[in-house]
Design a protein around this ligand. Structure first.
Ligand code: PMP
Length: 289
């Protein structure tokens, strides 16, 4: 399936029913389009089962709550919608996108109390998020944009508005021939990439930023638990940018990215080492277990 995302064959679940792909439209006076009043999830279905599907549905509802929005569907109903969409398209391996947003209604100012919260579930086939980086390691730029203070925006929410920073960072990175960007946080600590969390290895131990102002990814949590089970020491802590010079290996984690080795961040280079490969392979096995 190729072509523009609004011009494909297939079905999309929208507001309680499956509709034709090309009919999944919204009005121009949709609140979310003007004020980013939307939250979403990105999930992967492997061999007919969505990995951590319930956790994603719970996070969607939680993200909405953080934005003072209530998703009008329970976790069970969201789960059913995702599988209905997959079945209608005949997919057993696909990326699943759930979006909840404030629709058009009686309000068109900043306040949106009188507008309905709507939900849609779509999907597509998405291979390696970073192309051939899975083998040789992705090249990352260092973004000038920072992850914001949680007192500025609810940074634990997977909220559409937060991705403005990510798109600007990623465009700048791509213009330099990089496949993504590493962002620092508002204090200057290492934070995350534009759609994935980051891990480093030094002397056989793993270091990853404390998710106190960015998304504590479901893949991140999965990989940390997996490594601790293997007896690998994992430090969740604030990481200074000057430390990048001393790390030997690096990888990214995310639903779309899965476990992707990183070969370079700015001027710093990393080897795609044994631990990185082991974590990537173990994750691949786990998602299909
Ligand atoms: N950070 C950002 C900014 C992301 O977009 C994602 C992908 N959802 C992640 C981290 C990783 O989250 P997860 O592992 O839950 O997909």
């Amino acid at each position: 399936m190729t072509g523009a995302y609004d011009d494909r064959d297939g079905k999309i679940w929208m507001d309680g029913k499956l509709i034709e792909w090309r009919d999944a439209k919204v009005h121009i006076l949709t609140h979310a389009l003007h004020y980013a009043s939307a939250v979403f999830e990105g999930e992967r279905c492997y061999d007919g089962k969505i990995f951590k599907g319930v956790e994603h549905s719970q996070r969607l509802r939680h993200s909405a709550e953080l934005l003072d929005m209530e998703v009008p569907y329970s976790v069970e109903e969201i789960e059913a919608a995702k599988y209905a969409m997959l079945k209608a398209n005949g997919w057993t391996n696909a990326y699943v996108r759930v979006l909840a947003w404030r629709g058009a209604g009686d309000d068109m100012g900043v306040s949106a109390r009188r507008n309905p919260v709507r939900m849609a579930v779509a999907g597509w086939e998405w291979g390696n998020y970073y192309g051939d980086a899975k083998m040789k390691g992705a090249k990352l730029d260092i973004s000038k944009w920072r992850r914001p203070d949680p007192l500025t925006i609810p940074s634990a929410a997977k909220a559409s508005g937060l991705y403005m920073i990510c798109t600007m960072s990623k465009h700048a990175a791509e213009a330099k021939g990089c496949s993504d960007a590493l962002m620092m946080d508002y204090r200057g600590y290492v934070a995350e990439a534009t759609g994935a969390n980051v891990f480093f290895v030094k002397d056989g131990e793993v270091h990853t930023p404390l998710p106190d102002c960015f998304l504590n990814g479901i893949t991140r949590q999965t990989v940390i638990a997996m490594m601790r089970e293997k007896g690998i020491t994992v430090h969740e802590r604030h990481i200074e940018p000057v430390e990048l010079a001393g790390f030997e290996q690096c990888w990214l984690t995310g639903t779309a990215a899965e476990v992707t080795p990183v070969g370079q961040i700015g001027e710093f280079r990393f080897e795609v080492g044994a631990l990185t490969r082991d974590v990537a392979q173990s994750y691949e096995k786990l998602v299909r277990a």
